[in-house]
Design a protein around this ligand. Structure first.
Ligand code: ADP
Length: 579
């Protein structure tokens, strides 16, 4: 209002006073015209000051129009005064055209330069602040990456944003689950326990609109002048409440626009904070669970190792004494007793095998296993003979026997391996083949030289890379029950069995394949299976041929092994007991 009086009368007074003081004469018509239009500013300012609270969205436009109008009047007055004063010394006739032109250009440039500061001055007078909306939004956008927790965000809004906007009272209620919480409160004592969720959500009725200070039925809401919802993806994350503000508690439209833009940024930040904290909590829970898992894994390993060693000693004694009894060392043995003793011996051997598998599991990953050149064909043949004996003993003599076929090139190159462990791999794969084969089925053991892509260590042993290497490939094929496709990955897990139920048809511990894989992989090889349900399974493993042996096989093509060297083919139906 005061500004309106000053701007309304100042041009007239100045244009009357200055020519008199300087003794200059000016264009009277222009002077009268300027004084008239500046006087009109007075009622405009008066109406604006009285009704700005009620203008709503028009308020900002009215403010802009008034600012622009008053700027034109004041600026024209200024230019006029300069001309009037200069008129004393310079005759403004057609000869002074150059001066007029120059003066016009300069005044235009000055007009453009002074419009910004003038508008700030008007805002300062009208709203009591001198910020530009873009400045607060920009400041917030720059600061927010350093405020990625609730406390810091609350401080940023409270001490930077609210201070810049001259807001005295405000609070941000976060709609946290299960009860809302306060992100910050400024200039008011907001006790959320006094608010029901319905009351809070009810405030959104007035969202985005200035609320005049009419006496409100609910005293705890009387301070609120503006409510801005904070939403992300249509989810209500918070309610921003704004109250008293300098100079007159009024929120013009451009403040509402700025606050709405800020609310959007606050929403995104709150969501980021939530995701961050969920992620951190999950990560620490996972770490905790991992440590726990490692601890129990270590305990399990220790337990298995101890129990296995404890079991092996008495089992070896049982086996030894049973064998002594069987050969008559403890007195004469009847044929029935011998048969019974054989059953005891077979079962004891089976248990010892399982215990050995468990111990082998612990040893397989040990780097200190001794390796020497091994002919896998020899190991395979010996293991196969054992399997044949096992099959014969396990099965009814009246049922059609299993057929075993052995194929291997005679000049199979050696691989660098630990022989007992290789034995173990063949034993495990063959005992499965025997176990899961139907009566009269064929078990085929094939060895050949081929090339295969394997992980090999770089020279400095710092990492592994894939390289195609000559390998000995072993395939143990049966015509048994096969493995369903969805189980093909899991059968390699320790203690996993496709049929793990107590009523299962086939015995076992679920350790054989896990052990075979560990052994093959610690030898730098690879193991896999191809299987069809009710058709049979083919377990493959490859071991790299050491470089010293490589020259004999460098030209071998993956599919041409059979032609390159005629394999030895041995169908064996009548197994020979091992020595
Ligand atoms: P186990 O034989 O002691 O149960 P393994 O680790 O040797 O344990 O085998 C895991 C599971 O894989 C077996 O229980 C079986 O379900 C499946 N499996 C292994 N070999 C064969 C095979 N030749 N034919 C069908 N299923 C097999």
């Amino acid at each position: 209002m005061l500004a309106g009086i000053v701007i309304g009368f100042a041009p007239g007074i100045l244009l009357w006073l200055v020519p008199r003081l300087t003794g200059a004469t000016g264009p009277t018509a222009l002077r009268t015209w300027l004084s008239t239009i500046s006087i009109a500013l007075l009622p405009f300012f008066y109406v604006y000051a009285l009704y700005k609270h009620k203008l709503g969205a028009l308020e900002m436009r009215a403010n802009r129009a008034l600012s622009f109008y008053s700027f034109l009047v004041l600026y024209a007055t200024g230019v006029m005064l300069i001309f009037v004063t200069m008129n004393r010394w310079i005759q403004l006739d057609s000869n002074a055209l150059t001066f007029s032109l120059l003066a016009s250009i300069v005044s235009l440039i000055l007009a453009l330069a002074s419009w910004g500061p003038y508008r700030r001055l008007v805002n300062l007078i009208a709203y009591g602040n001198s910020y530009e909306p873009s400045e607060v939004v920009q400041m917030f956008a720059n600061e927010v990456p350093r405020a990625l927790d609730r406390e810091k965000l609350g401080q940023l809004i409270n001490y930077r944003v609210m201070t810049s906007l001259l807001v005295r009272q405000s609070a941000l209620v976060q709609m946290t689950d299960p009860t809302p919480s306060l992100l910050y409160a400024r200039g008011i004592d907001l006790d959320l326990s006094e608010w029901t969720p319905e009351e809070l959500e009810g405030l959104l009725e007035h969202a985005g609109k200035y609320i005049p200070p009419d006496p409100h039925p609910d005293p705890k809401q009387q301070w609120i002048r503006l409510v801005i919802p904070i939403r992300v993806d249509e989810r209500l994350l918070g309610i921003w409440l704004l109250g008293g503000k300098e100079p007159d508690d009024f929120y013009p439209q451009h403040d509402i626009d700025v606050l709405t833009t800020l609310a959007n940024q606050i929403g995104v930040t709150l969501e980021t904070i939530r995701l961050f904290s969920t992620l951190r909590t999950r990560a620490s829970q996972l770490e905790q669970a991992y440590l726990e898992l490692r601890r129990s894994d270590r305990l399990k390993d220790e337990f298995i190792r101890n129990i296995s060693h404890e079991l092996r000693t008495p089992l070896t004694a049982v086996l030894g004494y049973s064998e002594l009894l069987q050969v008559g060392e403890g007195g004469e043995v009847t044929p029935e007793q011998e048969e019974m003793l054989q059953i005891v011996i077979d079962h004891t051997k089976a248990v010892i095998n399982q215990v050995n598998s468990i111990i082998g599991m612990q040893m397989a990953k040990s780097a200190q296993i001794e390796k020497s050149p091994v002919n896998l064909a020899e190991v395979a043949r010996a293991s196969m003979q054992e399997a044949q004996i096992l099959a014969q003993r396990q099965r009814n003599p009246e049922d059609p026997p299993l057929e075993f076929v052995f194929e291997s090139p005679e000049d199979l190159p050696m691989v660098l391996a630990n022989r007992p462990q290789m034995n173990q791999v063949f034993d495990n794969l063959l005992s499965n083949a025997v176990k899961f084969s139907p009566d009269g089925g064929t078990i085929r053991v094939q060895l050949r030289v081929t090339r295969h892509t394997l992980h090999v260590y770089t020279e400095d042993l710092s990492r592994t890379m894939l390289e195609e290497k000559p390998v000995v490939e072993v395939c143990i094929q049966d015509q048994g029950i096969g493995i369903p496709p969805e189980e093909l990955e899991r059968i390699w897990d320790q203690f996993y069995q496709v049929d793990g139920s107590a009523t299962r048809r086939f015995g076992g511990t679920g350790l054989g394949l896990a052990l075979a894989r560990d052994i093959v992989e610690t030898h730098g090889g690879k193991i896999w299976v191809e299987s069809e349900v009710m058709e049979g399974s083919a377990f493959y493993f490859v071991l790299p041929i050491p470089e010293a042996e490589e020259q004999t096989v460098v030209d071998v093509e993956p599919q041409s092994t059979q032609e390159a060297s005629e394999p030895e083919k041995t169908p064996v139906n009548k197994p020979q007991p091992s020595a």
